[in-house]
Design a protein around this ligand. Structure first.
Ligand SMILES: [Zn+2]
Length: 96
């Protein structure tokens, strides 16, 4: 395990901070982007970008790098596109 992975794994819920997935209010430690379920719902390349840009301590001093902010923004636009695509699909109700 890398030092960074170790650091993130040790972080606790030090303040109110929720998952960044729109509409998800699961509480996650500030060092983490989101809850397990939504983190793994992101494509691996976006997860890698967020992970690589994350600097241990940024969640404390609240000064993420520009790369981190860009990666987080990319995640949000991916989610928006992903949710839009999903809602275009067949409606559950039409099965019955
Ligand atoms: Zn979530």
């Amino acid at each position: 395990m890398s030092a960074k992975a170790d650091y993130v794994a040790r972080q606790l819920q030090t303040r109110s901070h929720h998952c960044h997935w729109p509409g998800c209010d699961a509480q996650v430690p500030p060092a983490k982007w989101g809850c397990k379920r939504h983190w793994f719902a992101l494509p691996p390349q976006i997860r890698a970008k967020i992970w690589n840009a994350f600097r241990p301590g940024q969640e404390v001093d609240q000064r993420p790098s520009r790369q981190y902010v860009e990666a987080a923004r990319e995640a949000q636009s991916w989610i928006a596109a992903h949710l839009a695509k999903k809602s275009e699909g067949p409606k559950q109700g039409s099965l019955f």
